[in-house]
Design a protein around this ligand. Sequence first.
Ligand code: THU
Length: 139
Amino acid sequence: MNKENAIALAKRAEAAREASYSPYSDFAVGAALLTADGKIYTGANIESSSYTPTICAERVAFFTAVHAGERSFAAIAIVGGRRGEPLSAFCPPCGVCRQVMTEFAEGDFEIILYDGDDVKIHTLSELLPLGFGKDNLKT
Ligand code: THU
């Protein structure tokens, strides 16, 4: 994806971040997931007072899309930072979200990080090398 399209997707993630429910960490994350046929599903992190049930923005976006029947994905943009403040740093996806991505996306799936100014584009295989996936269960 070119830089212009990556920033456009990241802006969708930035808008989705507004819906974050993050009273415990005060860290608001937004994600915008692009399907192979051009649809966008968004998500934001949703926290719990017992902490463990908290779900990341990326998984909200993925699970919403999968529940809608989507199975083919091209890219996800992720933004995060102190709740109520503008973006100031890149927010890479946590390990659990990388594992969920590998369930539904291929190695060339693009992960776009945006700090409010610049974008970084990585592939899933770069961010989760030697990941355990469905093919490993067949051996
Ligand atoms: N968070 C995400 O939503 N995505 C990530 O990849 C990293 C962390 C959320 C979880 C929690 O609500 C807050 O950020 C602080 O960890």
